[in-house]
Design a binder for this molecule. Structure first.
Ligand SMILES: Cc1cc2nc3c(=O)[nH]c(=O)nc-3n(C[C@H](O)[C@H](O)[C@H](O)COP(=O)(O)OP(=O)(O)OC[C@H]3O[C@@H](n4cnc5c(N)ncnc54)[C@H](O)[C@@H]3O)c2cc1C
Length: 484
C-alpha cells in the first residue's frame, strides 16, 4: 500500500506516525514544501551565558484535557519530559482601560462561576455584573442552528462581560472576531450547557466537577522540556527509523486520479509520484489549490475557510531592568482596547525553565482577524516594545529578541463553517482513498491536529482494507469529531 501525506506539520507527521504503526507493509512518503518539519511548531533554543532561552515561535503549550497530545507524547517516550505551567504564580490579567486587572478566580471552561470573585472584579461594572446574574434566570434560547460566539455569550452574560472578559480569552485562541466565529464550530459545548443546565455558570461548574484530572499532571497546559519541537523531532526520528520517506523542499502542485484508481501527486519540479491513498495535511487554502483539477467544487469549499495572519515577538530582559514583577502568566487584550497586540505571555514565569536565572522572557502576540499588522521584523519589534512600554513600563533594550511572522496561519471557523464541513465531507465520499487532516476543519489546537492525523490514517486504513470503490467513508471528514 502506497500512502502519500502532503504537509509536514503536526497533523501530517501524526498521520504518518499512526499510519506507520497501524497499516502493515505501508510504504509511506511525507512531502513538505518548506525546509523544515513541524509547520507552525518552531522552537528556537538560543544559547546564552552557558544556559538556554527556549523560544517558541508558534504554539507554546498544548491543552492536557484533550488526550491526543499527551497520548502521543507518551508513545514517543516524552511523557516524563512534559512540564505543566508554574503553579505558584498563576495570575492572568486583562488589559482594561490601559490598566492590568486580574482575571477573576473561578473560571470554569472560560465561564466565570465564582460569584464573590466577580463581584470584586473591576473588569465589569455593577450594571454588567447584574446582567451576568441573569444567566441563572434566562431560559435557554429556542433557536435552531448556529449563532456567533459573541451573540451567544452576550445573550447569556451580557455584552459587557463578553467584551471585557470572555472575548479576549475565547476569540484570542483563534485570533478571531467573536462576532463572526461560529459557536457550533468553536465552543459547541457552551450551547449544550445552556440547553442542559439552563445557565452557563451552573453548567460550567457541573462540568468541572466531572472533568478527570489530566493524566500525570494537574496543569491544564503541558509542554516538553526544551519546547514543542521535541514532539516534531521525536516524530521525525520515529518515522525515519521505520522506513518512512521524508521529503523536504518539495511543494505539491496537483493531485489527480487515473482511471485505474491510482493517485498522481505532481510536484513543483514536474516530478509525479503515485499512490493508493493520499492524506492532505496542508492548510485548507493550500489543499484547495492542490485539488482544483480533481474537484473544483471541493476546492472552492476548501478555499472558503478564511485564515488570519498573526505574529509573535519574544523579547528577553534582565530581571533588574523590569519596573514591575511578572507575577503571572501574562495578560490578554480585549479587541475593544484597540491595541495591535492580542496578548502578552510572561513566558519565564509561566515556564520558569525557559529563561536563564536573572532573565525574563516575554512574548507578545500580534494580529487578529480583520486587522493589518506590520510584516517585517523591525516594525514588529517596535510594536512589541511599544506594547511593553505602554502596559508594563519597560523601556530597557531587550538583551535578545526574535520575531516570527505567520501569514494566513489561524483558520477562522466563522458562521457557516459547519455547513462548509458538511459539503466537504460529502465531496470526499466521491474520492475514496483521500483524507484531509489539519487545523482548518475541526480543531485548531495541537491535540486536535494530532487527532485529525490519527483519524485520517484510520480512514486510509479502512480504505486499504476494503480496497474497493464501494468503500464506506467515515461519516465525517477524516472522521474528526467536534471536540472544541
Ligand atoms: C502563533 C501561533 C500560536 C499558537 N499557539 C497555540 C498553542 O499555544 N497551543 C495550541 O495547541 N495551538 C496553538 N496554535 C495552533 C497550532 O499551532 C496549529 O493549529 C497547528 O500547529 C497546525 O498544524 P497543522 O499540521 O494542521 O498545519 P501546519 O503546521 O500549517 O502544517 C501544514 C504544512 O503543510 C505544508 N504545505 C503547505 N502547502 C504545501 C504543499 N503544496 N506541498 C507540501 N507541503 C505543503 C506547510 O509548509 C506546513 O508545514 C498556534 C498557532 C500559531 C500560528
Amino acid at each position: 500500500m502506497k500512502l502519500i501525506i502532503i504537509g509536514g506539520g503536526i497533523a501530517g507527521l501524526s498521520a504518518a506516525y499512526y499510519a506507520s504503526k497501524n497499516i502493515p507493509d505501508a510504504h509511506i512518503t511525507v512531502i513538505e514544501s518548506s525546509d523544515r518539519w513541524g509547520g507552525k511548531i518552531i522552537t528556537n533554543r538560543v544559547a546564552f551565558n552557558d544556559d538556554l532561552f527556549i523560544i517558541e515561535g508558534g504554539p507554546d503549550t498544548f491543552l492536557a484535557a484533550k488526550p491526543w497530545g499527551v497520548t502521543l507524547c507518551k508513545e514517543l517516550g516524552l511523557g516524563e519530559r512534559l512540564h505543566g505551567t508554574n503553579p505558584y504564580q498563576k495570575n492572568t490579567y486583562v488589559l482594561h482601560r490601559n490598566r492590568l486587572r486580574p482575571l477573576p478566580d473561578g473560571l470554569a471552561m472560560m465561564i466565570p462561576t465564582n460569584i464573590p470573585a466577580i463581584l470584586k472584579s473591576r473588569l465589569v461594572s455593577w450594571f454588567g455584573k447584574a446582567r451576568m446574574g441573569l444567566d441563572f434566570l434566562l431560559p435557554p434560547h429556542t433557536l435552531n442552528g448556529d449563532e456567533s460566539l459573541g451573540t451567544f455569550v452576550s445573550r447569556r452574560l451580557g455584552r459587557e462581560a463578553y467584551e471585557n472578559l470572555i472575548e479576549p480569552l475565547m476569540s484570542g485562541i483563534y485570533a478571531g472576531d467573536g462576532d463572526a466565529l461560529s459557536l457550533a464550530s468553536t465552543f459547541p459545548y457552551l450551547r449544550d450547557l445552556e440547553l442542559k443546565y439552563g445557565s452557563l455558570a451552573r453548567g460550567a461548574l457541573e462540568m468541572r466537577k466531572k472533568m478527570p484530572a489530566a493524566p500525570g499532571s494537574r496543569s491544564a497546559f503541558l509542554t516538553p522540556t526544551t519546547g514543542l519541537a521535541e514532539i516534531v523531532e521525536s516524530l521525525v526520528g520515529y518515522l525515519e527509523s521505520h522506513g518512512t520517506v521524508l521529503r523536504l523542499n518539495a511543494s505539491v502542485q496537483t493531485l489527480t486520479r487515473s482511471n485505474d484508481k491510482t493517485w498522481h501527486v505532481t510536484l513543483e519540479n514536474g516530478e509525479t509520484l503515485t499512490a493508493d491513498s493520499v492524506i492532505l495535511a496542508t492548510p485548507a487554502f493550500a489543499a484547495a489549490k492542490i485539488v482544483s483539477a480533481l474537484d473544483p467544487q471541493l476546492a472552492a469549499d476548501l478555499q472558503a475557510v478564511p485564515y488570519a495572519s498573526t505574529a509573535t515577538v519574544s523579547l528577553a530582559y534582565r530581571q533588574s531592568d523590569l519596573p514591575r514583577p511578572l507575577d503571572g502568566y501574562g495578560y490578554v487584550i480585549p479587541r475593544r482596547e484597540g491595541r495591535k497586540a492580542l496578548a502578552c505571555t510572561w513566558t519565564s514565569t509561566k515556564f520558569p525553565h525557559r529563561a536563564p536565572d536573572g532573565y525574563a522572557l516575554i512574548r507578545v502576540f500580534v494580529g487578529r482577524a480583520g486587522q493589518d499588522i506590520p510584516w517585517n521584523e523591525s516594525d514588529l519589534l517596535a510594536l512589541a516594545r511599544e506594547e511593553l512600554q505602554l502596559t508594563l513600563g519597560i523601556t530597557a533594550e531587550p538583551v535578545m529578541s526574535r520575531a516570527f511572522m505567520w501569514d494566513k496561519a489561524m483558520p477562522q471557523y466563522n458562521l457557516g463553517h459547519p455547513e462548509l464541513l458538511r459539503r466537504i465531507d460529502a465531496a470526499l465520499e466521491n474520492h475514496p482513498g483521500l483524507a484531509l487532516a489539519g487545523n482548518g476543519y475541526r480543531g485548531i489546537g495541537i491535540p486536535d491536529c494530532i487527532h485529525s492525523g490519527e483519524l485520517a490514517a484510520e480512514r486510509v486504513l479502512r480504505f486499504t482494507r476494503s480496497n474497493v470503490e464501494t468503500f464506506q467513508p467515515a461519516n465525517q471528514i477524516s472522521g474528526v469529531k467536534h471536540e472544541n
